[in-house]
Design a protein around this ligand. Sequence first.
Ligand code: HEM
Length: 380
Amino acid sequence: MGQSSAILLRCMLAMTLAALCCAASAQQAASAPASAAMKGPPAGFVAPPEPQPNETNAQRAKTQPGNNAPFWRQVRQSGENEGFSTLPGAEKGVLIQRFVQYPGSRVTNAGEAWRQVRDRWIIPYGGALLFIVLLALALFYWRKGPIGGHEPDTGRQIERFTPFERAAHWTNAIAFVLLAVSGLVMAFGKALLLPLIGHTLFGWLTYALKNIHNFAGPLFAVSLLVVIVTFVRDEMFESADWAWLRRFGGLFGGAEVPPPRFNAGEKVLFWIGALALGVVVVSSGLVLDKLLPGLDYLRGDMQLAHMVHATAAVLMMAAFLGHIYMGTIGMKGAYKAMRHGQVDEAWAKEHHALWYEDIRAGKIPAQRSQPEPPPMTRGA
Ligand code: HEM
């Protein structure tokens, strides 16, 4: 092949390629409008509006079917803007309470804030306080043993508590013990008892104790009032009490400072433990029992009442552990005095010397109630 024919062949090849390229781009241009027309909305279609942040659940069902965010947002904010409910009664449109910060909780909805105060403060610190008091009393008993009993009995009796005083005291004490045991199981049982006795027994036990607690509460309230009125006269502070307080009655060394009928320790417990804490525990307990008229008993009220009640009750139990210790194993002859009403003159002189002197001086009768008639003898 000559040089001219080779050039001719190359020219023909170039022309063929150019023609092919032109045909391809023409075909592409022709097909573009057709595919664009196929991707667009069908005729008559009206696009829904874009979802908006403030729309109702009904609107959101149209803008984004299946998305219920506005509904749940309303539920969460129902503490601020109460929702609609056909149920009768207050607060029925509030599914989640408003956000608050109770002392010791984070800023969160009130139910959760209450839970945090109970579980992070009242239960652990209350439990620790009661444990420390028990430990201190056990140590005191270990080092000192029961106090008193140094004077030999004379056989002459003085009436320390009348039958009425004892009846009021023991009614109140029994109600207190029922409340304390049931309250402790409700507060600490889940952590301490449940793992030992299992869910079935624990469920029955707490159910029974909760009902006992609810009924013993009003009994405690009434009997506490009677106890306070009965003893208040002899619980008034007098000058001799300050010396007793300064030396803590000689409990930790030295002679016992002579007190009147009740010593200053008993008086402090009376005013702070029985009266002040008693009023707080009883009034918050009556709120929890829904026994006070004129209140709405909303969830927030009940949470506040519970936190106040549990805190004051723990303090009261801690205070009365000392009283129960002294009234049972801590002081010789004390339990007998409240059980039978009578004490030996030696006991009165040793523990309540000023009271004993007043009795000796005739200022206070040694027997205040009508003495029991002697037992009938056979044939009389
Ligand atoms: C198991 C529980 C209790 C026991 C064993 C107990 C025992 C005693 C004893 C032995 C006395 C006589 C003390 C003395 O002669 O000076 C006494 C007095 C007294 N108790 Fe109790 N008690 C108990 C619970 C309570 C409770 C719950 C309260 C009231 C909230 C209370 C209020 C008083 C009062 C006001 C007195 C008169 C003298 C004082 O102020 O200590 N007691 N108790």
